[in-house]
Design a protein around this ligand. Sequence first.
Ligand code: BG6
Length: 452
Amino acid sequence: MTDLPPQVLVLFGATGDLAKRKLFPGLFWLWRHDLLPEVRIIGSGRHEPEQELRDLVRQDAEGWDEFAERISFVASSADDGADLARAVSAAERELGEDARRLVYLSVPPSAAIGMVRMLEREGLNERAHLVLEKPFGTDLASAKELDEALLDVFAPDQLFRIDHFLGKEAVQNILVLRFANGLFEPVWNAAHVAYVQIDVPEEIGIEGRAAFMESTGTFRDMISTHLFQLLGFVALEPPTVIDERGLHEEKAKVFRALRPLDPGRVVFGQYEGYRDEEGVADDSDVETFVALEAQVDNWRWQGVPFFLRTGKALAQTRRTITIGFREPPLGVFGRTADGEPNELVLELTDDAEIYVDLRAKRPGPELEIAHARLTLDFDRAFPDAEPVEAYERLLLDAIKGDHTLFTSTEEVERLWEVCEPVLASPPPVRPYPQGSWGPAEDLPGPRGWRLG
Ligand code: BG6
């Protein structure tokens, strides 16, 4: 058992997709691994679910019934949080006076401020950590408005802006690879790196999330958040210490150096059939695909293009970061410039892998140069280790009060600034067939995308 104080967890959006797929399974996993303190989980939302919440989010695993005794549901809204406040007080009385609160707010940007005001009215902001799901506003002005409302009610250290990509094991591995080894950092700059690609294609469509997609779109859902955060980890300078302050400072510096996007280097796509999805407007121009080129105007990265690409209903699901290296200065073997330079590839999917594609001598009597791969397979390297899923990790960090893997206001606001030119004049939306690679090739890079 952990020595963390007991917690009352309030989950808004408790009957939604995120709660069902990630939050409840994540909390259950933490509980089964003795990582959670004693908890009461109060799910909330505007309407009482038709089924008991604990049945709705049921997991088929040993221990579930015992864990589920801790789950209840209380309806609440921006106008009325009285029942919820009573339920939180009752749960706290049960848990004892050192009980803490964690409030998880996963609501659309338009609803966030109203909910924050309700928390204040009901005193639910006291002794609480507030975890906020993205998107944080829909542009710079609304993000600032949200920040003002938040800081009116909460102290900065009570706020946890979650970007779950930062909880992925493999993302932290970018830091370990770079800063715990002597091998990579000396070549991690424009003198040696020709391009960086961050590819997050997804096979899934919108999976019933029409209202969310129609109001958010892929640019706000994925680029201004997850993909830019990955770019931040790849591009940041070595912090003196990897802690909350060190990471936030260095990431904020990268984002300050990020050049505001050029809409001429951004491609938007929409999969064919999107407009026929239930809840989608017949003439919707919402993008389900984005490919773009970003530039980091600092000493280390000057002139190195960062290609970011993501979309729904594509041929494969991948989360891949590719660092492409420059060719050797002289072709001592004759013809080696075959258009396939060395690439360091980080696969961030659950089967994490890091590999380097390079050239080697094919065994045999001739000096024949061929392509080969050096691979770090995590399952084989650490057979006894159990990876922690992103939400599990971040929920635990929020309970502990560790902000290291959360995003800061400064980062969020700067990223909206960088996105502003595209929000103001978005490129036309190009149709693409489902199951394809989307219109990525409309944005020519030095070597196309790492696909297939
Ligand atoms: C979410 C987005 O934040 O991340 C989804 O809203 C996306 O649109 C998802 O599918 C991808 O997350 P993961 O953990 O599956 O890589």
